[in-house]
Design a protein around this ligand. Sequence first.
Ligand SMILES: [Zn+2]
Length: 416
Amino acid sequence: MPDVTVLDRFLRYVTVDTRADDSSASCPSSPGQLALQKLLAGELREIGLADVDVDVDDNGYLMATIPATVARDVPTIGFVAHVDTSPEMPGVNVTPIVHRAWDGRDIVLPDDPTAILRAAEQPELAAQIGHDIVTASGTTLLGADDKAGVAAIVAAAAHLVSHPEIPHGRIRIAFTPDEEIGRGANRFDVARFGASCAYTLDGGNRGELEFESFSADVMRVTFIGFNTHPGYAKGKMVNAIKAAARFIDRLPQDRLSPETTAEYGGYVHPYQMEPSVDRTSVRVLLRDFVTAALRAQQRLVEDLAGQVARETGTRVEFDVQEQYRNMREVLDRYPDVVGKAREAIRRAGLTPIEKPIRGGTDGSRLSFMGLPTPNLFAGEHNFHSRLEWTSRQDLEAAVAVVVELAQVWAGGSKGE
Ligand SMILES: [Zn+2]
C-alpha cells in the first residue's frame, strides 16, 4: 500500500463539513458527520482493521479493532476522537493551506486579509518556526479540533498494522459524533467498545496530557412576573425582565466569572436568556474542579435570585441539571492510565505537560460511564476560530505517542 501520511489524511478529513447542529435532535446532528464516518470506515478497512462498524442506523458511532500482536494477556485499550466541529463557526468549504517550513512571518489568510496569525501574539505558534503550519483560508474554522485526533489515530492504526513486529495488545478505536454540543458520550456503548481504559486525542500542544476537568451543572433561574397592557399597567405590571437584569447584575464580577478566573478557579456564568415581561429565564453554568463546590455556587445563585424576587414582587423557580464531573475523581483510582500516557509521551521524545481542562471532554463523561479516559494532545491550536491551526510536526508527534502508548501497555521495554 502506498504510504499515506497523517498530513494527507488530515487534509482530506477537514474538507468534509461536519459542523454539529445544536437545533437538531437526530444523532449525528448533521449529515456530514455520517459521510465522514463512512469515509473513515472505508479507510480503516483498507488498512486492514478488524470488525469496522459504523452504527449507521442508530447513532453514527464508528468502532474498529487493531488486533493484538502479542499472545500474552494485555489489557485492551482504546483511542477516541470526535468527527464533528464546533457549531459556532462555519465548517463548509474548508480550504486547508500548508505553509511549508514556515519562516516566522505573519500568516495572512487569503479569503479574509484581516485574519492574520502573528508569532508575536501566539507563543505556541512562535515555537514552531520551521514547521509545516496548516491553517484554513480565513472564513472558516480548520477543524483540527478534532480531525487532528482522528487523523492521528488512523495513521497510528495504519502504522501498527503494517508493522506487526511492534508488540501491542488488542486496541479499540472509536470516532464519536456531536462532542461539540455535549452529546458525544450520550450513546457511546462502553460494553460494546470493550476496553479497560481509553484516551481521547483532542488536545493542544505537543506533550499535553489532561486528566482533570471541571465538574459542571447548568441551572435555569426563572422569574415570573405579571404582564398587562403597558399603557394601563400602573400598580399592576411586574416586569420579570427587570428582575432578571437585577439578578444578573448582582452576580459576582471580580471573582467566580469566566472573565476573572483561570487555572483552578471556578465560575458562575449566565450565558443564555429567554426574556419576556411575564416570564424571564436565565441559564447559568456552574463550574468548579471540586464537585462539592457546585452546591455552594447553586446556593449563591438561589440566595441572590430569592432576594431579587422579594424586592421586585416576582416569583422565582430553579432547575438544576448535572452536565459532567471532574474525570480525576475516577482517574485517581487508575493511576496506570495516566502514568502510562506520561511514559509514552516521554518515549516519543516529548516532555509531558499536565494541566487542568477548564471545560469537559467526552472523557469526562466516559470516565464516569466505566471507561477511564484522560485526554492527549493532537496539535489543536486556536480551536473554534478562523485562526485555528495545526502543524505536520504536531500531527506526527500525536501518532508517535499513540504508537508508543500501545507498546507501553504491552509491557515491552523501550519502544522500537
Ligand atoms: Zn474537541
